[in-house]
Design a protein around this ligand. Structure first.
Ligand code: RB5
Length: 145
């Protein structure tokens, strides 16, 4: 499992702690190695989303002030299902029900909660039930139009 991660100028310290908590278990690709006060979240979100789209067995983690801008931008990339997540239940359900391939979160969450959500997200599998497949397929079909 490969994990690709990025933050905008918010969340730089949190991203480093998150990477350290995952590095022993996963291959981590840091797509925001340099941040500036004036950087823009869509640049990072789209880079991460394109990487996830183009690589198998890869999940994405995005941090910004709220996680909202990152999720909006990432979801513009075809085949990306980026879930804005703010608690553990949402992190698990994003995988189980939505087969999300990226989560976006606010860096303002408690760091231990962020790590717990991320670990739950990457360890949880898609439920692969007919009703969830059907719903995801409807989104994919719309995307093809
Ligand atoms: C940057 O100021 C801020 O807008 C960004 O981090 C994020 O919260 C956007 O949704």
């Amino acid at each position: 499992m490969k994990i690709v991660i990025a933050t905008d100028h918010n969340g730089v310290e949190q991203k480093k702690i998150i990477i350290n908590s995952l590095i022993n278990e996963y291959e981590i690709i840091d797509m925001s190695q340099e941040n500036y006060d004036t950087d823009d979240y869509p640049d990072f979100a789209i880079n991460v989303a394109e990487y996830v789209r183009d690589n198998e067995n890869t999940l994405g983690i995005l941090l910004c002030g709220t996680g909202i801008g990152m999720s909006i931008a990432a979801n513009k990339v075809k085949d990306i299902r980026c879930a804005h997540v703010s608690n553990l239940a949402e992190a698990k359900l994003a995988r189980m029900h939505n087969n999300a391939n990226i989560i976006a979160m606010s860096y303002r969450n408690n760091i231990n909660d962020l790590i717990d959500c991320i670990k739950a997200f990457v360890k949880t599998n898609f439920a692969n039930e007919e009703r969830h497949i059907r719903r995801i397929n409807k989104i994919s079909e719309y995307e093809k139009r």
